[in-house]
Design a protein. Structure first.
Length: 764
């Protein structure tokens, strides 16, 4: 059991040492992968290996791999490796000898479920019978070849009419050499009473899988743009909505919270009803009845194809899904969301009229209400009867759990904290797992960040901090490691009094600051929801690299107009002259020249923007230029970053960027260190090298920002030659080249350093 407790993501150490492959075969496989990655990085950054370096570099890479793979493991690690392998093999043996036991991964957690196989099979059979969503196929035709024909025929038709291009056709076409029929399996949901099952159709190599992904990537951004105000992305999104609700004066002593979830949403939505809802959604929200080159009819044909090919194998029989969509198919969630959007409109109208919150996360809904218990219950019962396919179970309380948040109304005082399901395990990726070390460094920070965003008061946050601490200890994280990264969180967020004294005022500032910083997912979705005319990323063509792009034809504007108002102005400008065509981007975060500009709740943030095709190039140290040129290179790079970055964290990231780029271009480490120290000493900010002090950095930033550049001085003197400067290459927009390689414990831990040494010597 000790091995199973380590969870689904645990990687036993040094697995390749027990592989049936020979060392040579393992090395050849790793070498082939790495060579492809390195060559791809070089190609992406317009760098070429001259023949002598290529002949020396790649064989050296292979030699390093062979030496590390052949090196003997340290005795302590070898004992642990053999012991864990023995445990894994014994688990496999027990499961083979005991068909009455089943071991499965669980839904919404990273731990294993071990239970009675007969009971599990009975639950699966009961689910299939009660939902009436699956029909056994008894004909003798080859189902896989039939589905393959349907997919290839439709894609060929769309290509001929120009609805999709050659690249999209290639991406969606089934791969014949890996093609296989989907199969159904069930995973338990231990966080719910009686541990019900969730059906998963594993269709990774099925004929229509890529079409399903394409449809999801095409329509999910459209849905989110339409329904963003009534959609919760995560629990943090809910907390923001609730705190605004309080600030607007809507929370009263009588306010109740309502949650309900839809039973078996993906499976129970009717096929024809879902397609009709999709058609109405597209007709209502697509300009000119199309997205890019895809008309509504094309999208509907693809949607029908995905549903028609929902065929899978289960228990040595073939089945077709005749209701809903396959859980595991990318398009199913989007289709279910669109169907639910139509169903929930009446509830949304009620909530908006009453100035109450309504938000849905897939099949879970949260509402606030100031109606009486009986009144809101009647509304929910009416919604329950509206559609026989949508069955809801609801809860109405002053304290309620939704997603990972517990929400409480304590006499008009809002309280939010993290909700832990009763069956949840205190699981975090074990420290002894054979993952790269950097994976572990972010876990304490991310856990504390989530807690600070969700917990509204310092006592709940501190309880969560203790819980995180214990979870890390239970998963074998060293106490010194935990302490170091906890301190790092509070220091970076200037909230040490919270750790030492549980200062409520400092915590309130920390909570508000972090709560309103967009999460990674929200940043990804931001452009999609703000620009109604933006093509989904799946239809956007990659812009070719252009080294001659300059600011002359680029314009930056700020505005406090609405999105529609500013778009009208830009459209008028676009139509003003037939010879001048413009493309625009409107967002709270945009790139302009070499600057990334962000408005985060009225707080300006600027940082360096790196174009995706920019090279990590600085004048090589070996070039026969005078030494003062190289000294000036380091200074000018740091000065530029200090001018552009408004926050010390962004400045520090760019400093590391510059350092790595200098090393790639053969600047001696001692030279780099000396010039860095000289820059900080000259600007009286040497303390920044030891501690990222926001106040000290703010002074440096303002001083550097308002110091005239050489070009500005030339402009003042009237000596700027626009013609001669127009073709000069800027040193901006360096990109790091990162080669990621999943390594093992033992000798392979040295691979990263060996590769770095080899790179500096031959491959740069």
């Amino acid at each position: 059991m000790s091995m199973l407790i380590k969870g689904l993501k645990y990687i036993p150490p040094c697995q390749s040492r027990f592989s049936r492959q020979s060392t040579d075969a393992i090395v050849n496989e790793q070498y082939k992968t790495l060579r492809t990655i390195v060559q791809g990085c070089l190609d992406d950054h317009r760098m070429q290996l001259v023949e002598p370096r290529e002949k020396e570099g790649f064989p050296s890479l292979k030699r390093i791999l062979h030496e590390l793979q052949s090196k003997k493991l340290p005795r302590k690690l070898e004992i642990r490796t053999r012991r864990e392998r023995k445990v894994v093999r014994s688990i496999i043996k027990i499961l083979r000898q005991r068909p009455d036991i089943t071991a499965r991964r669980t839904d919404k957690s990273k731990v294993f479920y071990v239970g009675n196989a007969t009971v599990f099979a009975e639950k699966a059979s009961k689910y299939m019978i009660e939902t009436e969503a699956y029909q056994e196929i008894s004909n003798e035709h080859c189902i896989l070849s039939e589905n393959l024909y349907l997919v290839t025929s439709l894609l060929a038709s769309l290509l001929r009419k120009g609805a999709i291009n050659q690249e999209q056709h290639k991406k969606m076409s089934p791969k014949i050499d890996t093609l296989e029929l989907a199969h159904l399996h069930f995973i338990p949901k231990p966080h719910k009473p009686d541990t019900p099952l969730r059906p998963i159709v594993a269709a990774i190599h099925a004929p229509a899988t890529e079409v399903s992904k394409f449809l999801n990537d095409l329509l999910a951004p459209v849905f989110l743009r339409v329904a963003r105000k009534t959609t919760f992305i995560n629990g943090i999104d809910l907390v923001r909505a609730l705190e605004k609700y309080v600030a607007d004066g809507h929370l009263k002593p009588t306010t109740l919270f309502v949650t309900f979830d839809v039973e078996n949403l993906y499976t129970m939505i009717p096929r024809q009803g879902a397609l009709e809802a999709l058609m109405q959604f597209l007709e209502r929200h697509l300009r000119d009845r199309k997205i890019g080159t895809l008309h509504i009819d094309d999208i509907m044909r693809m949607a029908r194809l995905v549903l028609d090919t929902n065929v899978f194998a289960y228990e040595n029989k073939y089945y077709r899904q005749i209701r809903g969509g396959a859980m595991g198919s990318a398009f199913t969630q989007t289709l279910a969301n669109i169907y639910m959007l139509d169903w929930e409109q009446k509830l949304i109208e009620y909530q908006q009229a009453d100035k109450e919150i309504y938000g849905r996360y897939i099949d879970d809904v949260f509402m606030t209400t100031n109606l009486t218990f009986d009144q809101v219950k009647q509304r929910l019962e009416n919604a329950h009867r509206k559609d026989p396919n949508i069955r809801i179970s609801y809860s109405i309380q002053s304290t309620i759990d939704f997603l990972d948040v517990t929400v409480s109304n304590d006499n008009s005082q809002l309280k939010t904290s993290i909700f832990h399901k009763p069956a949840a395990e205190p699981y975090i990726l074990p420290y002894t797992s054979d993952h790269p070390r950097h994976v572990y460094h972010n876990i304490p920070y991310a856990s504390l960040l989530r807690a600070a965003r969700i917990c509204s008061n310092v006592e709940d946050f501190d309880m969560e901090r203790v819980r995180i601490d214990l979870s890390l200890l239970l998963n074998e994280y060293p106490p010194s490691f935990i302490s170091k990264h906890f301190h790092r969180f509070f220091e970076l967020n200037q909230a040490m009094p919270v750790l030492a004294l549980l200062d409520p005022q400092v915590y309130r500032e920390l909570h508000q600051n972090l709560l309103h910083k967009p999460t990674r997912k929200e940043k990804q979705l931001q452009d999609t929801t703000e620009d109604v005319d933006a093509l989904p990323e799946v239809l956007q063509k990659k812009k070719p690299w252009d080294s001659n792009i300059m600011y002359i034809d680029d314009v930056f504007m700020t505005t406090n107009l609405s999105l529609d108002q500013i778009k009208i102005r830009l459209n008028i400008a676009d139509e003003q002259d037939g010879n001048i065509r413009i493309t625009h981007t409107i967002g709270s975060t945009v790139e302009f020249l070499d600057v990334l500009v962000e408005n985060n709740q009225g707080q300006l943030r600027t940082s360096v923007f790196h174009k995706s095709a920019a090279e990590p190039y600085i004048l090589p140290f070996l070039s026969d230029h005078p030494r003062h040129i190289h000294r000036s290179t380091v200074k000018s790079q740091l000065l530029r970053v200090a001018r552009l970055c408004s926050h010390v964290e962004d400045f520090d990231k760019e400093r590391l960027n510059i350092e790595f780029t200098l090393l790639l271009n053969e600047y001696p480490p001692k030279f780099v260190t000396y010039q860095f120290k000289n820059f900080f000493h000259t600007n009286n900010v040497s303390s920044l090298m030891e501690q990222l002090d926001e106040v000290v950095y703010g002074e440096l930033h303002r001083q550097a920002l308002y110091q005239a550049t050489r070009r500005e001085k030339q402009q003042e003197q009237g000596q700027l030659d626009m013609t001669s400067n127009a073709n000069q290459q800027a040193n901006a927009n360096q990109n790091d080249i990162f080669v990621h390689f999943t390594f093992e414990s033992g000798p392979m831990l040295n691979f990263k350093q060996e590769l770095k040494n080899l790179w500096k010597k031959t491959l740069h």
